[in-house]
Design a protein around this ligand. Structure first.
Ligand code: C5P
Length: 215
């Protein structure tokens, strides 16, 4: 089974993906990590962010093991990620890796922005996870301040709006809910309640599949 989980930043999609992965014993890829690593590598190598070929080269030669989680989770890495993600050549360089991961025997769970629309339009289940911008900014701000970052909540809201806008308005693979996705709005949900909704959607797909396979 292939499960595509897309949605906005700090909507809870990553946590839902991890919990479904543990429950279903399916491998999980956080595809944002690919863009974050590309952004961080480009910053470290002082690559010109206006040079699509140089950025694609960074993506093509990415060593995902070269970065620790903390390095990839900073606000700076997130902003760099959303800039490199707007470059079609970067997206193309990372596509095959994601598709191969999705199509491994038994399937997989991928979370990102364009999994249901571009990477795996054939996914068995597509979830779109979202929440209002203030709620998402407050979640991410708490996470980052606990790690010692010193930005204000207002700055966080502004950054989130900037990243949402860039992700939505890019010409290639814009962040958009697939028409056949199941919406989970986590604004007023605990993470357990959001995961329960996701599990119910998975169970509905499993039931449909077994109905179809019955003689
Ligand atoms: O999900 P995360 O915040 O780690 O993603 C970082 C950035 O990577 C996003 O803001 C988005 O610009 C980009 N991204 C993307 N497509 C994906 C996953 C992430 O464009 N499938």
């Amino acid at each position: 089974m292939i499960i595509a989980i897309d949605g906005t930043l700090a909507s809870g999609k990553g946590t839902i993906a991890k919990r479904l992965s543990a429950w279903l014993e399916l491998p999980h890829m956080d595809t944002g990590r690919l863009y974050r690593a590309t952004g961080v590598a480009a910053l470290q190598q002082e690559v010109d962010f206006d040079d699509p070929c140089a950025l694609a080269d960074v993506a093509q030669n990415l060593d995902l093991n070269a970065y620790d989680e903390a390095e990839l989770r900073t606000a700076e890495a997130g902003l760099a990620a959303s800039r490199v993600a707007a470059v079609p050549a970067v997206r193309a360089a990372l596509l095959d890796l994601q598709r191969r991961f999705a199509h491994q025997p038994g399937g997989a769970i991928l979370d990102g922005r364009d999994i249901g629309t571009v990477v795996c339009p054939e996914a068995d289940l597509k979830l779109w996870v979202d929440a209002d911008v203030e709620t998402r900014a407050t979640r991410r701000w708490k996470e980052l301040t606990e790690k010692g970052e010193t930005l204000s909540l207002d700055d966080m809201i502004a950054q989130l709006k900037e990243r949402d806008e860039r992700d939505k308005s890019r010409a290639d693979a814009p962040m958009i809910a697939a028409a056949d996705s199941v919406l989970i709005d986590t604004t007023h949900l605990t993470i357990d309640a959001a995961v329960d909704k996701a599990r119910a959607a998975v169970e509905a797909v499993i039931a449909q599949k077994s109905e179809r396979s019955e003689p």
